[in-house]
Structures are given as C-alpha cells and as structure tokens.
Design a protein around this ligand. Structure first.
Ligand SMILES: [Zn+2]
Length: 189
C-alpha cells in the first residue's frame, strides 16, 4: 500500500508530511493530505449533514484515507449503532478506493468478523495499536496493516513485517522520526 506520508495519522493540524485527520464538518488545509471520518466517540448524534459532508470530502484528492472510524466498546454510541456507522465508512472506502484508518478498543473480534464477512479490497489499518503480539498476529493473519505510535508493545513491534507496519504521531507531540527510532530501538529482535 502506498500512502503519501510517513506519519499516517495525526490530529495536529500544523504537522507537515502527515495525514491530518479531520472530521466531516472541518475544512481541508491547503496543500495537506487528510483522512476524514466520524470518530467512534462521536457516533451518538450523527446527522444527515455530517454524512453528506463526509461523502463530499471522501472524493476530494487531498483526502487519501477514510477514518478514523471503527469501534470503541468503552465510549460513544451503542456497539450496534457504531457497527452501522463503521459499515458506512467501509462502503465509502470501497467506493472511493481509499484505505480505512481504524480506531479499535475492546472490539477486535467484531472488527475481524466484519472484515471476514465483507472481504474488502481496500487496506484496513489499525491505528495506535498497543496490543500484544498474539492479537497483532491474528490481525496480520486477517490481512490488516498495523500502525504504531508513541506508546506500543515492543514485542509486538518486532513481529510486524515491514510491509504491514505503519507509523503515526496521533496526539503525541514527538517528532515522527523520534517515534520511528523508538520503535526500531525497542524492538525485541
Ligand atoms: Zn487519532
């Protein structure tokens, strides 16, 4: 998969060479790459306007990925509602042929099951992954890409093949190269 930036996910709008996440009501930043989606935490009152904005932004050439979207068992709307909104992002991702950036908290079984059912053609990236190697292996076996940020499990970092591994700053204030260095140096080889 080719994404145009080393830092595949940030909320910091001043970052350069990063995919800056925006929400459907926000404006694109000149010259920047973006991902756009409804965060699982914001799934309680999704309006038609939000959906229309999301659709319109998804086809823009500055938008290179759909998300972050996903499932969070601890926050946001009911899991049923979240699944419905997640599935909308999946169909959008397939329609506009852009990868999906996924936020997942305590709902990995659901996400893996949905992927098996829908067999999407676009890459699915689990962002900010902090899980153990066993879970990472399960995700890798199911074709997922895994993105690591400031906080990660070193043992997990050492088992992700380089062609499935991505990096991100997310909410961190560190430079992306610092994060990549720490992932490289903390790897248990
Ligand atoms: Zn994020």
């Amino acid at each position: 998969m080719i994404l145009p930036c080393i830092d595949i996910h940030t909320h910091d709008k001043s970052r350069k060479d990063a995919i800056i996440n925006i929400y459907p009501h926000e404006q694109l930043i000149d010259g920047a790459y973006h991902s756009v989606g409804i965060h699982p935490w914001h799934t309680s009152n999704v309006t038609t306007i939000t959906i229309e904005n999301l659709k319109a932004l998804s086809v823009n050439s500055q938008v290179v990925a759909i998300g972050e979207t996903g499932l969070d068992a601890l926050k946001g709307a009911s899991i049923e509602k979240q699944i419905e909104i997640f599935k909308f992002h999946i169909s959008l991702s397939e329609q506009v042929k852009k990868p999906l950036i996924i936020h997942c908290v305590k709902a990995f079984n659901e996400i893996i099951t949905i992927k098996k059912q829908l067999k999407p053609s676009m890459p699915w990236i689990i962002h900010g992954f902090r899980g153990k190697p066993q879970l990472a292996q399960q995700l890798l076996n199911n074709g997922f890409y895994i993105s690591l940020g400031e906080k990660f499990n070193p043992e997990t970092a050492s088992i992700i093949p380089i062609d499935r591994l991505l990096f991100e700053t997310d909410e961190s204030t560190l430079d992306i190269n610092k994060i990549i260095d720490s992932i490289n140096n903390n790897c248990i080889l």
